[in-house]
Write a protein that binds this ligand. Sequence first.
Ligand code: WT7
Length: 649
Amino acid sequence: MSKNTANQLSETRVFKPAKEFSKKARIQNMAQYRALWEESVKRPDKFWAREAADLCWNKKWLKVLDWQEPFAKWFVGGRLNVAENCLDRHLGTARQNKAAIIWEGEPGERRVITYQQLHREVCLFANVLKRNKIKKGERVLIYMPMIPEAAIAMLACARLGIVHSVVFGGFSAESIKDRVADCGAVAVITADGGYRRGAIVPLKANVDAALKDGGHPVKRVIVFRRAGNDIHIEEGRDVWWHRELEYVDANCPPVPLDSEAPLFILYTSGSTGKPKGILHSTAGYLLGAHISCKYVFDLRDDDVYWCTADIGWVTGHSYVVYGPLSMGATSLMYEGAPNWPDNGRFWKIIEEFSVSVLYTAPTAIRAFIKWGDEWPKKHDLSSLRLLGTVGEPINPEAWMWYHNVIGGGRCPIVDTWWQTETGGHMITSLPGATPTKPGTATLPFFGVDAAVVDDNGQEVPPNTMGKLVIRKPWPSMLRTVWGDKARYKKTYWSEFKGMYFAGDGARRDKDGYFWITGRIDDVLNVAGHRIGTAEVEGALVSHPAVAEAAVVGRPDEIKGQGVVCFVTVKQGVKADYALRDALKKHVRTMIGPVATPDEIRFAEVLPKTRSGKIMRRLLKQIAAGNAVTGDTTTLEDFSILAKLGSAED
Ligand code: WT7
């Protein structure tokens, strides 16, 4: 049992929402939550038809759900446009001149963009896309810093039915190359560079490196000038964003799109070496993002809402851009690092913009704890009314610190469990209703039929560990893995018949609350980012010195998990410090800084079962520094254990 699981089991504290909070909330008590939840799973047609009426439709749907397991179509026959829902419909209302995006760059510049201005910018840029002959249904990669233009690029694609695939700025040239090839992108939208801890991330240079060998469908690269660093412009392929704007006007009607039209592809790690392109579609996805902002963040017109995620992750899609804008909310974006120029940056932003809702990750919270209470204490955080967390199980200590030091004991915490695949929140508290307990995401959101089951798919009794599944389709579910229906079926719908398998372990307590214990597949959660062990292994063995590699996670105080690599080298190669550093660098080049190994351990041979499978359980124990326990009789070579234990130089 992990330390975190042990802590979770002994947790007994309960925090009820404050009366004043509940009184103003959309869902004010548990009876209301239960009644709506019952309706949402028992009469989904009724529930979803009512919620979908919040969106603006060009043509109403004929049927709420068409479910041909595991393929879902929601709001069949309907037509709408996501950008129109996020922008146009706020024009001519009191929101027209309200801040849609408040942005702060890492060096300190600020921009406030109203709905009217954002609409105009999106129309202009959509016309740039048209001018560059990028068409509905085609794919475009977005590789940008956290600047408003990233959201503008996404919304401009959505306006025309162009499918975007955002690649996190911390991914490498190799990752861009793989994604371009997988989704057949015809264009890349990028910036010269972006700021991170005072340095400039060379985004355009990474794009150049990704495209240099040719043999890909990219015919256009649109470059926004952000950092002013020198870049290469490839004649005939590359154009400047600001130059292109000179040729277009701001007249660009949104294209009415089928409910099921693909909206975006977002790559995420799985248990094989190749990241999966998770495909989300128009109506269901938007509705999922929208109603979670409505009920979970309970967003109001006077909120200043800040989700600290990068738009390169699904959290940035659903909770920086699409969800909040469809609600007509004010979404704050910050470009850089939380500890630049000092450890108080987040708290300074909250004070200076009067942020009222903060949504961040446990890994960040643990870093803040480490940096010391003096940083938040220097700032007035009294504008906050609600806190959220996402990305991994939050340990009760971190929860309590967030509650007391940041929330002043006053703000409810919504611990939101969901995934790239689910599009929006799935298991979460509702801030005006749910009594919370530190460390649990609590109860299923509307429309979500979640359960914990054993290996036969039978629901387990309370307080028994099992696998987390969802037993009914939901509107914002992924539609498929891009170009690989078989992988979609196999990964998510083949573990148990009729159930979506999330890849997480969980238990429910006597109140039915879900305690997520983390991934049970070969996926690591490092600082809230999903890293496939097979991906890192693939990167390692692509280095000429490496014969074999096995990658496992080990508990990490701040990041949740750290990446530990066991490596055997080819004959004649010296396993030394220099090689260790070279391998770390190689992984960064192949995948990106997010996947940087914390430790490389050289071994003569890797421990394997008789059938040749690497014994990960054993390696995990060794990586965590635990004594090896359990049955090891299937080991091919017992002597290997001793060698592995002392392999680190
Ligand atoms: C995995 C999904 C959803 C956006 C961020 C990550 C873990 C996420 C929680 C939470 C416990 C959580 C799960 C999940 N996870 N939120 N509140 N409590 N675990 O998206 O990269 O698709 O990762 O993150 O293990 O499967 P992702």
